[in-house]
Every structure is written in structure tokens, then in C-alpha cells.
Design a protein around this ligand. Structure first.
Ligand code: SF4
Ligand SMILES: [Zn+2]
Ligand SMILES: [Zn+2]
Length: 407
């Protein structure tokens, strides 16, 4: 599969459970457990804007001492190496552990599906959210302290202080600076929690995860992910566990953050109505591949791929007769790298022999709208021998102008 995620856009990824949505998000973050996961190939290129993400402008070897994230080959105007973007590219699949540690949380953040597993059970919410600020905003914290910063305090900000050094901070002359640091961190954490509509954040931040409800844990994790205004936010079912009112606030927050920081958001969800509401583009995933991708407006108004149509047709609507819920028969197949066929063939009512022996390629049906199905495009576009005509006459998919959109 291949897709672009541009800055200042929200790309929705939808599909059934098991279609590979979360794995896609986790592999972008380098968070797949290896083994059993195997990175067989491919690349995930992150092109940061503004300052170099490793030194934040202070100059380092990654940016060649410029402090900026501009392409080293062309210096900005755009060249084939940077795909015309003028920005340097970082391959996240091959980045070092240290590089990923610097990027994660600050430049690329993730909201996980299951807050109970994502939060550390032995640390308070305060410590977990404060860690993001200590890790990625140490410059601001250092600048907020008066006078020269004493070495143990500096080491505490950099999370390098050992047990004895941390004890030293309780006594003069370190005590006043360490108190000021604690206050700054408390204020930042309280503000981050208040931003996700946690009432009484000063009290909640002293709690441990097991003392909070599922919705509160989810919001604490969202606060953690959004704390540093990341360039890329991967939101994996961010609002599934939340009430509708809180869900609306979280969606507003994501939209606000996108507006403020031009954040690129990958919004993974089952909820087609939310995707339709907040996403600029939508990609429909099936068995580890993108079946259809295009602007949300187009995909919902005129879905082309049989799977997209089936998915949209399965959404119950308010006016629907009782007892008649549409479903897609069968299950998502196991992932396999080499199967030379359309992975949807055994559930597709339009399938023909070609679908069981060749894999369709992405074909553009309109600007920015691609579909991987033999019902569209020419034989040549799918890498098949020409059939005499331009089209693939054997797959007949009726045109749907107004899709079965019940969302
Ligand atoms: S390629 Fe064939 S099996 Fe696959 S979605 Fe299209 S018509 Fe159905
Ligand atoms: Zn640098
Ligand atoms: Zn370039």
C-alpha cells in the first residue's frame, strides 16, 4: 500500500477490524513488536517543516549544521530527491532508536486505541504527561528558570538525574529552582488536561490510571499526545470510548490543533459519520491494501470500489426498517504478501476470473480519487494483456452517482 499524508489535512482510514489500520499507524511510529512483526520492506518518509527536528535549530550533523529541515540537495526550491518539496526526508522505518525517540511525542504523536494499555500503571498522570514536556520542551523549561540553572536541576530537566541527585533537589540551594520547575510542569500538565475537558485537572493529575474511568484515561492519553503540537498525529480510534459530548470536544481540539500547527492527522476509525465530518480525504483499507482513496466528499458521494459501497451500505440509518441490517458476508482474509489476486474476490458480487488470478492496481477515476478494482481503468493500467478494447469488459460494476451513504 502507498499513500501520502499532507500537512494541514486530516486523512481518514476506514475499514473492518483486521484490515490493517492500526498496524499501519503503529508501523509509522516504529512501534510494532519485532518479533513477531517483520518489516519486510518499504519506507515511511517524514518530511518535516521548519526547524531540524533533531536539534530544533541549534545545528547538528543531521541538518548539516543549518538548523533547518530543508533538503540538503536543493536547499529549498525542490528537486527530484525531495520530490519537489524542498524538505529533507527521514525514513522512519530505518531511523535509529535515538532518532525515533526524539521524533516520537514531539513531531509525530499517536493516540492509542486502548488507554489502559498505553498508560503506565505505576506512574501518576502528572508524571506521564510531564515526561512529554521534560523530554521535548526542556529548552522552554530551562528558559523559565531565573539565573544560571544549577547542574542537578539541569540534569533533572534532562531526565538524567539519579536518585541521590533528585533527593538533593529538596534542599538549598537547589530547592527554589526545583520548586519553580515543579510549578511550571504542574501548570503545563494542568493546562494540557484542561484542554481535553478534564474537570479539576489538579486533582486528576495526582491519580494513577487505575483510579480513573476509561473515558478519563483516554482523555489523559490524548492530552499527552497533543501536548507538543506534533507535525503528525496518528489517532487510532481516539474517541471510541467517549461520550458524544466529550467526543465532539476532542474532535474540535484536533481541528483546532490542525489549524494552529498545520498538523497532518491520520484518523483511524470505524465511525464513518465522524470520518465524513472531520476528514479532508479518506482511504478505505481492506486486508492490508488501500482499496479506494480520495476526497471525503467524493468517496462518500460517489463510492466506486465494491468494498467501499458495501461498507457504506452496512451503516444503519435512522429511517431504515427495523430488523434489516445489511452486512458484508465472509471475513477479512489473513494477510499474505504474495497472493496475486484481488483480496476482496471471495466477498465481491462482481468478481470474475481475472479477480482470482491477478491483483488490480490503483487506477485514477478522477483527480485525486483512485480505486484498486478491475471494474475501472484499462487492462494496461492493471498490468494485464490488452483485451482488444480499452476497458476491462468482463467486470461490470454499475455506476453509482449518489452512494448508499447512510452516514
Ligand atoms: S477486482 Fe474484482 S473482486 Fe476485486 S473488487 Fe473489483 S470486481 Fe470485486
Ligand atoms: Zn539539526
Ligand atoms: Zn530537494
Amino acid at each position: 500500500m502507498s499513500f501520502d499524508l499532507f500537512e494541514n489535512e486530516i486523512l481518514g482510514i476506514v475499514g473492518e477490524t483486521g484490515s490493517g489500520k492500526s498496524v499501519t499507524g503503529r508501523s509509522m511510529m516504529g512501534l510494532l513488536p519485532i518479533p513477531p512483526a517483520v518489516v519486510a520492506g518499504g519506507s515511511v518518509t517524514y518530511r518535516p517543516s521548519g526547524l531540524c527536528p533533531f536539534c530544533e535549530g541549534a545545528c547538528c550533523s543531521s541538518c548539516g549544521g543549518t538548523g533547518a529541515a530543508t533538503c540538503p540537495s536543493c536547499g529549498g526550491p525542490g528537486c527530484p530527491e525531495c520530490e519537489g518539496t524542498g524538505r529533507s526526508g527521514i525514513d522512519l522505518l530505518n531511523a535509529s532508536v535515538e532518532s525515533m525517540r526524539q521524533l516520537r511525542g514531539r513531531r509525530i504523536a499517536m493516540i492509542f486505541q486502548d488507554a489502559s494499555k498505553a498508560l503506565n500503571p505505576v506512574l501518576s498522570i502528572r508524571d506521564q504527561v510531564a515526561e512529554v514536556f521534560l523530554q521535548h520542551r526542556s529548552h522552554d523549561l530551562l528558559a523559565g528558570l531565573d539565573g544560571p540553572v544549577l547542574p542537578p536541576v539541569r540534569r533533572a530537566i534532562r531526565q538524567e538525574a539519579g536518585y541521590l541527585e533528585r533527593q538533593l533537589l529538596l534542599f538549598p540551594p537547589f530547592r527554589s529552582q526545583s520548586r519553580r520547575l515543579r510549578k511550571m510542569l504542574d501548570d503545563l500538565v494542568a493546562q494540557a488536561l484542561a484542554d481535553v475537558q478534564i474537570a479539576n485537572p489538579r486533582k486528576v493529575m495526582e491519580s494513577h490510571p487505575h483510579q480513573l474511568s476509561g473515558g478519563m484515561k483516554q482523555r489523559a492519553m490524548i492530552a499527552q499526545a497533543m501536548a507538543c503540537d506534533p507535525d503528525v498525529l496518528i489517532a487510532d480510534e481516539p474517541t471510541t470510548a467517549l461520550d458524544t459530548t466529550v467526543q465532539a470536544r476532542i474532535l474540535e481540539l484536533i481541528l483546532e490543533m490542525r489549524q494552529r500547527s498545520r498538523t497532518a492527522v491520520l484518523y483511524i476509525s470505524h465511525d464513518l459519520s465522524v470520518v465524513k465530518m472531520v476528514c479532508d480525504r479518506v482511504g478505505v483499507m481492506y486486508a492490508g491494501t488501500i482499496a479506494e482513496i480520495g476526497s471525503a466528499e467524493r468517496v462518500f458521494r460517489s463510492p466506486h470500489h465494491p468494498y467501499t459501497r458495501a461498507l457504506l451500505g452496512a451503516v444503519p440509518s435512522a429511517g431504515q426498517e427495523r430488523g434489516h441490517l445489511a452486512a458484508i458476508k465472509g471475513l477479512v482474509p489473513e494477510f499474505s504478501l504474495d497472493s496475486p489476486l484481488c483480496r476482496f474476490h471471495d466477498r465481491c458480487s462482481y468478481a470474475v476470473d481475472a479477480c482470482r488470478s491477478s491483483r488490480p492496481r490503483d487506477v485514477q477515476v478522477a483527480p485525486g480519487h483512485s480505486v484498486a478494482c478491475f471494474g475501472y481503468g484499462t487492462a494496461e493500467a492493471h498490468g494485464l494483456p490488452a483485451t482488444g478494447g480499452d476497458d476491462l469488459p468482463h467486470v461490470q460494476i454499475p455506476v453509482v452517482e449518489k452512494g448508499p451513504v447512510g452516514v
